[in-house]
Design a protein around this ligand. Sequence first.
Ligand SMILES: Cc1ncc(COP(=O)(O)O)c(C=O)c1O
Length: 377
Amino acid sequence: MIPFNKPYLTGKEMHYMYQAVYSGKISGNGMFTQKCQRYFEERYGFKKALLTTSCTDALEMCAILANIQTGDEVIAPSYTFVSTVLAFVRQGANIIFADSHKNHPGIDEETIEPLITSRTKAIVTVHYAGVACNMDKIMTLAEKYNLLVIEDAAHAIDSFYKGKPLGSIGHMAAFSFHETKNINAGEGGLLVINDERFIHRAEIIWEKGTNRAEFFRGEINKYGWVDIGSSFLPSEIIAAYLWAQLENLDDIQEKRKKIWIQYYNGLKDWASKNGIQLPFIPEYATNNGHMFYLVCNSIKQRDRLIEHLRNNGVYAVFHYQSLHKSNFYRDKYSGDDLIHADNYTDCLLRLPFFYELKHEEIALIINVIKGSKEDFS
Ligand SMILES: Cc1ncc(COP(=O)(O)O)c(C=O)c1O
């Protein structure tokens, strides 16, 4: 079976983890954490980067920093992972779900303004498959209505909007290093703060509500409890693993983009003949080789194609379920139908995608798809 995912090891992970373990400093915010954070700040121009144990955790920090209170409203796409909105709900927010574009699962920026009310506090964007949302339009709306923008950049490492790195545009951003992501640490994440107003408090929330980070920098002579917070920082062992990945980021990206292009070139004629939608990259966005997907014409067709691929040794999977129709939220949702989000829920299929996926395996997957007896007309 060709798996859907296989976490890539660069070969240096154990070496750096060993170094971390024997350095005598294995709790968080040590040498490897600082190397990783500096790397992100220098490479992408993020004002402050803080490693977290997951993207979910980074988003929890965003919800606290945005000071979301009961009754506030947060606008987010429905076609996303639960973590995009979970933390805001826990702070007491109502989520106002927006639809995706017809030709791309990212939030349709034209649908946002009518959803804004006097209670709206923030917009959360998701750069689905690493493809940028239309950030100029979203930032203009945010300025007009005095809202915060939080980029859920879980898929979006090393991807750009009009030349600007994703994660550097909103007031805050969250990245994932879960094992399915381009750069992985098993589980891991990154909080990015671009608005200086939030940097000081972010460090405190990150360190269990204490000003320990300032103490370690020698800026104060004792530290204590000054705010709310939690244990959001990962251990040095995770940061050491992540460092090995970051050292190889360019190589990883180059390889993943080649995989994406082979899929695209191999499937584009077949897809256009059969009315199948392939990933769309707007002219303002780049492709970071995070994911390759197909959008079929119906749920039946999608499920049969997944079955056909599995019968031929290829593990393809569907993706998100519209959150406004989830068991948890559907009784709380009173907005319009979100037809594109529902269409991606029913019809999107993701193909195996990982660094070690071989040229011949991709060719085989393409042939299996083309050999399907499914009537796509
Ligand atoms: C859009 C999006 N946001 C957030 C997350 C959560 O990431 P993590 O598993 O690092 O918490 C995911 C998970 O894949 C995701 O797809």
